[in-house]
Design a protein around this ligand. Structure first.
Ligand code: F6R
Ligand code: ZN
Length: 188
């Protein structure tokens, strides 16, 4: 029988206690996704920086699991750090993202290419409908931390976004984040 449990989430550090899994994504694992390949090579010359960490709380046989994503601040050229971005393997399963600290933008894209951006300031709880790809961007100077909740059966499908990119990108313009068209996006 599954038993209830209070899980402590630190909204500033993203620490999940107890946690059942933790992984780190570095810049090298985002190769090819940023708009400016030259700026990417320059950033890599400075070291393979940590871009984000994910902490999970998952119980076997449960229909929900949750955790945090903690994004570090940084840019490749003018483009802010982002997560790889994915559709779910299960097209009938969406997700919830709840912003805790820092400043982020959630980029979303439907299967037929409709694109949306949601500002993720602390307190914003974003509804990610089934079959919308999602990528988060840290647009602040501090860590951007959010809680996510979804069905463990949802799975990740990274291939589409890896190949096509996302329609929208977030770059610094005049010292502020601006949502623009991604120059590298392939429409098919
Ligand atoms: C799970 C989910 C998040 C992301 C995490 C890292 O469905 O959306 O837990 O997995 O923010 O982003 P990706 O998986 O795109 O590297
Ligand atoms: Zn997801």
């Amino acid at each position: 029988m599954l038993l209830p449990e209070g899980v402590i989430i630190d909204g500033t550090t993203g620490a999940v206690t107890p946690e059942t899994r933790h992984y780190t994504k570095r810049l090298s694992e985002l190769r090819g996704l940023f708009q400016d390949d030259h700026a990417f090579a320059e950033a890599m010359d400075r070291g393979d920086a940590v871009v984000y960490e994910v902490a999970e709380y998952r119980k076997e046989n449960s229909d929900i699991f949750f955790g945090t994503t903690t994004m570090y601040p940084g840019k490749v050229g003018k483009e802010y750090y982002f997560t790889r971005g994915h559709f779910h393997q299960r097209r009938d399963m969406g997700e919830v993202y709840y912003a805790q600290s820092g400043a982020g933008i959630l980029l979303l894209e439907s299967r037929d290419g409709r694109a949306e951006a949601v500002e993720m300031r602390p307190g914003v709880c974003a509804f990610i409908p089934p079959d919308w790809a999602h990528r988060t961007v840290n647009v602040g100077d501090d860590k951007f931390v959010f809680v996510w909740v979804c069905n463990p059966q949802a799975g990740h499908d990274y291939a589409d976004i890896q190949r096509k990119g996302m329609r929208l990108a977030v770059i610094e313009q005049g010292g502020r984040p601006a949502v623009v068209d991604n120059s590298k996006y392939l429409s098919s």
